[in-house]
Design a protein around this ligand. Structure first.
Ligand code: 5GP
Length: 118
């Protein structure tokens, strides 16, 4: 993408510890924390520590470390929230619904018959 990374975004502030978050996983390259406006119980966000605006401008080496963590946390969330399935979402640029401009994957536990919040 021709857009740039701005480290004033809210997830960059979470990474720097400037604003609080409910962290559920952290390693050298990756952080996961609960979404403040969950679409369903257990909705969490997984982000790389490296600053990427979104998937379109991410370094493939960053993605290679991130996706196994997304998988591990999806499995853990399915178990912890006794979910029937796991919805994973990821938006790129405002036209597609991106509101925070630091790459993130949504992990949302889903249960049969439980609609997503709008
Ligand atoms: P997206 O950019 O993928 O549309 O959504 C950004 C997500 O970040 C939303 O689900 C929103 O609820 C979440 N979010 C926005 N601000 C904060 C925050 O300060 N803390 C946390 N934990 N989540 C946030």
């Amino acid at each position: 993408t021709n857009q740039t990374y701005d480290d004033n975004n809210i997830f960059a502030k979470i990474l720097r510890g400037e604003i609080p978050s409910h962290k559920v996983y952290e390693d050298e390259d990756t952080l996961a924390f609960m979404d403040v406006m969950p679409q369903a119980p257990g909705h969490l966000l997984v982000i790389p520590k490296q600053g990427s605006r979104n998937l379109l401008d991410a370094d493939p080496a960053v993605l290679a470390k991130l996706l196994p963590v997304v998988q591990k946390l999806a499995v853990a969330a399915k178990e912890a929230f006794e979910a029937d399935g796991i919805y994973i979402a990821q938006f790129n640029e405002p036209a597609a619904g991106q509101t925070v401009f630091h790459l993130h994957f949504h992990i949302v536990p889903r249960r049969e018959g439980e609609p997503l919040k709008p």
